[in-house]
Write a protein that binds this ligand. Structure first.
Ligand code: FES
Ligand code: FES
Length: 177
C-alpha cells in the first residue's frame, strides 16, 4: 500500500489557487451547477463534491478502469478528465443504473453469476458493460472482452464477469420483445 493510501483522506483534492470555474452538467438525470477548482478531476468532483462514492479510484492514472463512468454515451476514465471538461456533458455513474430503488438487470446478473468478490472494480466494470450494451445489445464474447479490456479485476477473474454481461444482454433483449 502506498503512503497516499495510508492517509485518512487519500483522495483529497489539493486546491490550485487558480480562480474557480463554473460547471453545468447533468449527472444521473439531475442538473448540476457547481463552482470548482480548475485542476479538480471529474473523479474527485463526483466523489468529493457530489458525494457519489460508487465511482472508485484505483490507480488514478488511467490504467485500471475503476473510475469508469459514461460521459456523453462513451465510457471514460474519470480520473483523467477535469471536472471543468464536463461542462454541458451528460454523465451516468453507477448510482444512476438502478431504477426506483431496484437494481438494474446488469447489476442483478453480476450478483447471480458471482461476478464480484471485493467489489472494488465492479462499478467500473458495470459502466463499461452498460456503454457496450447501449451501443450493441447483442454482443459477442469478443466484444464483451474488448469492452472490458481497460477494467482490471484482481480477485474474481473475468469469466463470471463476461458471463454476467452476456446474460444481462440476453435478458434485456428479451424484455424488449
Ligand atoms: S483510477 Fe482511473 S483508471 Fe484507475
Ligand atoms: S471484485 Fe475485487 S477487484 Fe474485481
Amino acid at each position: 500500500m502506498c503512503d497516499k493510501h495510508n492517509q485518512n483522506n487519500c483522495f483529497e483534492h489539493i486546491p490550485s489557487g487558480l480562480p474557480p470555474i463554473t460547471v453545468n452538467c447533468i449527472v444521473n438525470g439531475e442538473k448540476v451547477h457547481a463552482v470548482v477548482d480548475p485542476t479538480m478531476t471529474l473523479l474527485n468532483f463526483l466523489r468529493l463534491e457530489l458525494k457519489l462514492f460508487g465511482t472508485k479510484e484505483g490507480c488514478g492514472e488511467g490504467e485500471c478502469g475503476a473510475c469508469t463512468i459514461i460521459m456523453n454515451r462513451e465510457p471514460v476514465n474519470s480520473c483523467l478528465i477535469l471536472a471543468v471538461e464536463a461542462e454541458g456533458a451528460n454523465i451516468l455513474t453507477v448510482e444512476g443504473l438502478a431504477n426506483d430503488n431496484e437494481i438494474s438487470i446488469l447489476q442483478q446478473e453480476f450478483i447471480k453469476k458471482d461476478a464480484l468478490q471485493c467489489g472494488f472494480c465492479t462499478p467500473g466494470m458495470l459502466m463499461s458493460a452498460r456503454a457496450l450494451l447501449d451501443r450493441q445489445p447483442d454482443p459477442s464474447i469478443e466484444e464483451v472482452q474488448e469492452a472490458l479490456a481497460g477494467n482490471f479485476c484482481r480477485c474474481t477473474g473475468y469469466i463470471p464477469i463476461i458471463d454476467a454481461v452476456l446474460s444481462a444482454a440476453k435478458r434485456e433483449r428479451e424484455e424488449l420483445k
